[in-house]
Structures are given as structure tokens and as C-alpha cells.
Design a protein around this ligand. Sequence first.
Ligand code: NAD
Ligand code: ZN
Length: 251
Amino acid sequence: MTESLAASIATLQDMIQDARIVAGFTGAGISTESGIPDFRSPNSPWLRNKPIPFELFLQSPKARREAWRRKFTMDDLYRDAHPSKGHLGFASLVASGRMPAIITQNIDGLHQRAGLTEEQVIELHGNGTYARCLDCGRRHELDWVRYHFERSGDPPECIACGGVLKSATISFGQAMPEEPMRRAQRLTAGCDLFLVVGSSLVVYPAAAFPAFAKENGAHLVIVNREPTPLDEAADLVIHAEIGTVFSKFIA
Ligand code: NAD
Ligand code: ZN
């Protein structure tokens, strides 16, 4: 590790010590060390196919079949993903009592797998580890959906109301989930340190939270391999591998 990286990590440790309330904010970059590729880095598997917009999913059974086919193909590739040093470091920060929750754009459930509760993870883009009915909201497990999909070639209907089931993620064109958005706003407004890790900060409205925290008087720290549009506004920017930085935070 270079001297300047060690100094930046020490500065981050001091800033966390001095803060009363730290808001964590994570993107796909925190899961690359778990083996799940991020969205925008070269050769992204997520950009190989044109995303299926929400409207099309609703209207077209063919699009729904294609969405489920892709979903299960991806799930098989990343089935063995385990929490990274980044996830474990964040779990330790939450356990220390200074970080009430983490706002995440990720849908992989790895913050929870690292030990955080549902309340401690605010999921802005939903969760891809289960499905929900778009009509009544009832949760369905993926194993069950997959069993029916593979047997009949069609996803099953909701067992409660017959409605359309979808992976519990937020698709392009789908409304942001209200309760997580409210919780993220409250946490952002109430923190005095906002810590961004592994996000390109180009996906809105998620990327508005760090900017709002800064305008509201909080310190802003960004840990990312590459520059982001908010680097200039930040109080501390660490361009490094997340695992290198966060191994210092694992209790
Ligand atoms: P992004 O792919 O746009 O940006 C990730 C950033 O992390 C990049 O700037 C990259 O340089 C950096 N990065 C990657 N690995 C790193 C590492 N080991 N150390 C340091 N930096 C690293 O991701 P985003 O900003 O979260 O936006 C992508 C969208 O795609 C989100 O909406 C998210 O919901 C979705 N997505 C989620 C997952 C997941 O759940 N794991 C995976 C892919 C995409
Ligand atoms: Zn239903």
C-alpha cells in the first residue's frame, strides 16, 4: 500500500470517529470482489442484452419469459457469491453503532448476508433474491417460481391473487419504492458523514443522495476505483480497491 493511500485510510478512520451519524451508500462496486460484475465496467454482462423496460414486462408475456430466463441464467453464474471485505467492513461499522443503516443500489442481498438486518439495509432498487406480486405485493420464493417456469415455460401467477410476479427489483421505467426512498432521505438529512463506496454516481435518483448530504452540511467521502462526477464536491476521495480500504474496518 502506498503512503498516501495509508494516510487517506487513516483520515477516513478519524472522520468516522469524529462523526455522530454516518450514512453508508453502496453501489455495484462493493460486490465485484464477491465475484458479481458491476454495471458499467468493461465487458459488463448486464449490458449484453437491452434491458427490458417495466412497461414492456407488464404488457408482454414474451418479455416476461425473457426476463425470467435471463434472471435464472445470471443467478446460476453468481450463486456462490459471498460477502466481500467491503460488506464485512460495513457490517462492522453498523455494529459499532455509528451507522444506523446503509443505503444501497445493489439487489444482491450481500449486505444482509454479511449480517445486517432488513432495517439496516435500505434498498433503493429492490432485491433480486425473491419475487413479488405486482398486484398484491405478496412475496414468492425464487425456487418455487423457477420450478414452475422450467416445467411449463411460463412463470407462475401469484398464489394469492393470480397477479403477475416479478423479481423484487426496480426495472427501468418502474417507480422508485416509496418507503426506502423516505428512509434514505431521513438518513441523508440526519447524518454528518456520508460515505459512498463502489458507485459510479451516475444513476439517478440514487446519486442525488450524496449531493444532498453535502449541501446539507455533512462531510462527503467517496471510495471508488475510478473518478465520479461528485469527486470535486467531496471532502475526501480514495481511488483504491474497496477490499484494501475496508479490511481496516472489519472488527
Ligand atoms: P456502477 O457499475 O455504475 O459503478 C460501480 C463503480 O464501482 C465503478 O465506478 C467501478 O469503477 C467501481 N468499482 C468496481 N469494483 C471496485 C472495487 N473492487 N474497488 C473499487 N471500486 C470498484 O454501479 P452503480 O453505481 O451501483 O450503478 C449500477 C446499477 O446497476 C445500480 O442501479 C444497481 O442496482 C445495478 N447493479 C447491481 C448489482 C449488484 O447488486 N451487485 C450489480 C450490477 C448492477
Ligand atoms: Zn398477488
